[in-house]
Ligand binder design. Structure first.
Ligand code: ZN
Length: 280
């Protein structure tokens, strides 16, 4: 396949997946554009196997996000996590995965394959854990203090969320092994010998520590507001009751998107670290 045909194939598949997600109310219009850009980059610079792994994250997360209950409605109104995703939410989540594919294409170094797997694993862990935490019966606790907080709160963790997150990361590691073995790649002349142990280790460690970083940043430096009318913490500048909220903690520009970006960067670095330890 010429690189032009290959590029076109990536565009068509990404458009197709993006439009389905938009129709399913998983993404806003701008979020759909961001998802299509991430999809095209991963497909073109990585390859079909890279794209399939990203799709496992995307499709499972979309399905989990569609399971709704009253607690989730409440969490979505107050917090950025879950619900319909916009441009910056998608871009912040997908940037490290897309950049890993680009770096792999230009540097032909297998460590970018592992940073990609770990970045996708971090997104998966985070989304699965958040959804499971929201659907669960008990309240999560803040990772820094252990204080019980409302579901959906940034920086909160729960036992059921963590277990489900680990399951998500295990799925990503196993699928990565399967795809990269099946297509006898990574492509572009870089030869690796896929090892199920290594793929699982990279994925589980990357996903777990990336999400832990997400929780720590969410509980400490991420900006958080308070609605004086509803007496509730929120991530929104204007609350859903249309009252202007006041900042109670965090750094001004340190929003949930930036936290997600740093978390998947950290997850990717942990993944590369695991590869460096056990990979050769
Ligand atoms: Zn309010």
């Amino acid at each position: 396949m010429s690189s032009y045909t290959f590029f076109l194939t990536g565009v068509i598949i990404s458009l197709f997946v993006g439009i389905i997600a938009f129709k399913a109310d998983a993404l806003t219009k701008s979020g759909t554009i961001a998802a299509i850009l991430v999809g095209i980059s991963v497909f073109f610079f990585g390859g079909l196997d890279w794209f399939l792994l990203l799709s496992v994250f995307f499709i499972t997360s979309m399905l989990l996000t569609r399971i709704k209950n009253a607690r989730k409605e409440e969490a979505n109104r107050n917090f950025a996590k879950g619900g319909v995703r916009d441009f910056w939410q998608v871009a912040a989540n997908g940037a490290i995965a897309a950049l890993s594919a680009v770096a792999f294409y230009f540097y032909k170094n297998e460590l970018f394959l592992y940073s990609f797997i770990a970045a996708v694993s971090t997104m998966t862990f985070d989304t699965w854990a958040t959804e499971a935490g929201i659907l669960g019966k008990s309240n999560p606790v803040l990772v820094t203090t252990g204080r019980q907080v409302r579901v959906g709160t940034s920086g909160a963790i729960s036992v059921q969320g963590t277990l489900v997150g680990l399951a998500g990361s295990a799925l990503i590691g196993a699928c990565a092994y399967y795809f990269f073995t099946l297509f006898n790649s990574p492509l572009q002349g870089v030869s690796i010998s896929p090892s199920l142990f290594l793929f699982l280790a990279v994925s589980l460690a990357g996903g777990f520590f990336g999400s832990l970083a997400d929780s720590f940043l969410g509980a400490t430096v991420q900006i958080m507001y308070y609605c004086t009318k509803c007496k509730k913490e929120t991530e929104c500048k204007t609350h859903y009751c249309s009252v202007k909220t006041t900042q109670i903690r965090g750094i001004d520009w340190f929003d949930n998107d930036f936290v997600n970006l740093l978390a998947s960067l950290f997850g990717a670095l942990v993944g590369v670290g695991v590869f460096a330890l056990f990979g050769q």
